[in-house]
Design a protein around this ligand. Structure first.
Ligand code: ADP
Ligand code: MG
Ligand code: ZN
Length: 497
C-alpha cells in the first residue's frame, strides 16, 4: 500500500458519505450452556466446565436450552423484530483450535428474529437503526498464548486452550447498512450500541459488560462519493468499549478517505481496533459465506416457538429504556441534555438504585456523574465497575447530609471505598476523616489562627465580620479540612466580639 496523507475528519466527511453496519454479540446469562448442561460461571479453572457435547466428542448429541431460545426471542421482540414461526440451527464450518467441534452451531438463512429497529437519540435528533436479524449461536473457547512478551501467538512458546466458554449461548444482532448519517456516523454508532446495551440489560438476559466481553461489537464502515454506490466495507474487531465504537468508525473514515483520495481501493478485510492509538490495523482477509459451507444442523430439531408463547413474552416485556428515561427525567427534575449524559455514562440504573437506597436525586447524580465518572474515565472502566455500589454512594451522601463529613472529606472517603477499604462509615473512621465540630477540640486551632493573623483579627474586632472567612480558612488548613466550618466561624466571632 502506498503511504497516504491522512485528511482531517472534517475533510473526509465533506468528500465522502459513510455507511456503517454493526454486528453485536451478546453472551446470554443462562445457568447452563446452549446445547448441554455444563455450567457457564465465569472464572472457573480451565476446562472444568466441559462435557462430551461441548467438546464435540463423536456420538455426543446436543439438546437446545429453552432459556437461551426464550432470551433470544425476548431480545428480538424488544428490538421490534418479527419472530420466525419455524427455523433451524445451522453448522458454520471452520477450523479454529478454540472451537472443539470444528463447526459452530449457529443460524444462517433462517434466523430466529428478523426486521426490527432501534431508535436512538443524539443531541435531540432521532435516528432509526434497522435490524436485519437477531440469531442464536454458541460461543467458542479461549486460546491463551504464553511465554511471549505480548500474549499474542507471535513469540509465544506455548498455546493453551480453555473450553469452558465453548457452547455458551451467544446472540448476534446485525444491523442493516445505516446511511445518511454524514459526520454523525461515529456518534450514532456509539449511541446505538449504548441503547442496545440498555435494552438488553433491561431484559435481564445478559450482564452486557463490554469490558468483560459479554457484549462485543464488530464495526463495519465504508465510504462512497455522494450519489455513487456504497464502497467496500471493512470490519473492525476488538472494539471493547462504547468509546471505542465511536473511535473505530471515526478512524476508519479518515483512513479509508486517505486511500480513496490517493486513488487507491479499499480491501474488504477484518481489522483490529487498537485501544492505545485509536486506529485499526489489518487482520485476516474476510471469508465469504461459501467458505463456511453452511448447512442445517442435523442433530437438533427445528425451533418452532408457539405464537401464543411469543405473544405472552411480548406482553411481559419491561418498560423500554427510552420510556423509562423520560419518566425518570421527570422524577429527578433534570433537563433532557443532563439525562442524555446520564444515559451515555451508563448511570441511569446506578442513580436509580442509589435513590432507592435513600439518596436524593441530586445527591445520587452528583457522585455518579462527578467523582465516580471521572474515575471511570481515568481508569477506562465502565461506571458500574468503578468499585462503589449504589448503596455505598447513598451511605456516603447520608454522611454528608448528617454533617459527619463535608464534600472534601467525602471525596477522600469515596477514594477509600473505591480502593476496597469498606463501606463509607468504615472508611471514615478507619481513616479518621470525620468532621470535627467539638468546640473544645477546635478552640485551640481557632486561638492559634487568631494569634497568627493579628491584622485580620483587628478587622473583625472593628466589626468587619466578612473578614472571618480568612480565619476560617486558616483553621481548615491546620485541621486538614476536617473542621466544621460553621462551628469554627461561631468560635471566631465569639472570641473577637
Ligand atoms: P459478516 O458476517 O460477513 O460480517 P454480516 O451480514 O453478519 O456479514 O454483517 C455485515 C454487516 O456489515 C451488517 O451490519 C451490514 O449492515 C454491514 N454492511 C454491509 N454492507 C456494508 C457497507 N457497504 N458499508 C458498511 N456496512 C455494510
Ligand atoms: Mg457477521
Ligand atoms: Zn458441555
Amino acid at each position: 500500500m502506498s503511504t497516504t496523507v491522512l485528511p482531517t475528519y472534517d475533510d473526509a466527511v465533506a468528500r465522502y458519505e459513510p455507511v456503517i453496519g454493526l454486528e453485536t454479540h451478546v453472551e446470554l446469562g443462562t445457568n447452563t450452556k446452549m446445547f448441554c448442561g455444563c455450567p457457564t460461571e465465569f472464572g472457573a479453572e480451565p476446562n472444568t466446565q466441559t462435557c462430551p457435547v461441548c467438546l464435540g466428542l463423536p456420538g455426543a448429541l446436543p439438546v437446545a436450552n429453552r432459556a437461551g431460545i426464550e432470551a433470544t426471542i425476548r431480545i428480538g421482540l424488544a428490538l421490534n423484530c418479527d419472530i420466525a414461526e419455524w427455523c433451524r440451527m445451522a453448522r458454520k464450518n471452520y477450523f479454529y483450535p478454540d472451537m472443539p467441534k470444528n463447526f459452530q452451531t449457529s443460524q444462517y438463512d433462517e434466523p430466529l428474529c428478523v426486521d426490527g429497529y432501534v431508535d436512538v437519540d443524539v443531541d435531540g435528533e432521532t435516528f432509526r437503526i434497522e435490524i436485519e436479524r437477531v440469531h442464536l449461536e454458541e460461543d467458542t473457547g479461549k486460546s491463551l498464548h504464553v511465554g511471549g512478551a505480548t500474549g499474542r501467538i507471535h513469540g509465544a512458546t506455548e498455546s493453551l486452550v480453555d473450553y469452558n466458554r465453548a457452547g455458551i449461548p451467544l446472540v448476534e444482532i446485525v444491523t442493516k447498512p445505516v446511511t445518511g448519517l454524514g459526520a454523525r456516523a461515529p456518534e450514532v454508532a456509539r449511541a446505538y450500541v449504548t441503547e442496545l446495551r440498555d435494552i438488553i440489560r433491561s431484559l435481564d438476559v445478559s450482564d452486557v459488560r463490554m469490558e468483560q466481553g459479554s457484549l462485543r461489537c464488530d464495526v463495519n464502515t465504508s465510504l462512497n462519493k455522494p450519489g455513487e454506490e456504497w464502497g467496500t466495507r471493512t470490519e473492525a474487531k476488538n472494539v471493547n468499549s462504547l468509546r471505542s465504537v465511536e473511535r473505530a468508525v471515526r478512524s476508519e473514515i479518515i483512513r479509508q478517505s486517505g486511500i480513496l483520495d490517493a486513488g487507491g481501493s479499499i480491501l474488504q478485510e477484518t481489522r483490529h481496533f487498537q485501544e492505545d492509538t485509536g486506529d485499526t490495523r489489518p487482520g485476516r482477509s474476510k471469508e465469504t459465506a461459501t467458505d463456511y459451507r453452511y448447512f442445517p444442523e442435523p442433530d437438533l430439531v427445528p425451533i418452532a416457538p408457539d405464537p401464543a408463547w411469543v405473544a405472552e413474552l411480548k406482553a411481559a416485556l419491561p418498560e423500554k429504556p427510552s420510556v423509562k428515561r423520560a419518566r425518570l427525567r421527570e422524577e429527578w427534575g433534570i433537563s433532557e441534555v443532563d439525562m442524555q449524559s446520564v444515559a451515555n455514562a451508563g448511570a441511569v440504573e446506578l442513580i436509580e438504585e442509589t435513590i432507592a437506597a435513600g439518596a436524593s436525586p441530586a445527591g445520587a447524580r452528583k457522585w455518579w456523574m462527578g467523582e465516580l465518572a471521572r474515575r471511570a474515565n481515568e481508569t477506562g472502566v465502565e461506571l458500574a465497575a468503578v468499585g462503589a455500589s449504589p448503596a455505598q454512594v447513598a451511605q456516603l451522601q447520608a454522611l454528608v447530609d448528617e454533617g459527619k463529613i463535608n464534600d472534601k472529606l467525602a471525596r477522600q472517603v469515596l477514594e477509600g471505598v473505591v480502593a476496597g477499604e469498606g463501606d463509607p462509615a468504615q472508611v471514615m473512621s478507619a481513616r479518621g476523616l470525620e468532621v470535627v465540630s467539638d468546640t473544645g477540640a477546635l478552640q485551640a486551632a481557632v486561638d492559634e489562627a487568631i494569634a497568627a493573623n493579628p491584622d485580620v483579627a483587628a478587622k473583625i474586632r472593628d466589626g468587619k465580620v466578612a473578614a472571618a472567612g480568612a480565619l476560617v480558612g486558616a483553621v481548615m488548613k491546620t485541621t486538614r479540612g476536617q473542621a466544621d466550618a460553621k462551628t469554627v466561624r461561631e468560635l471566631i466571632l465569639a472570641r473577637l466580639s
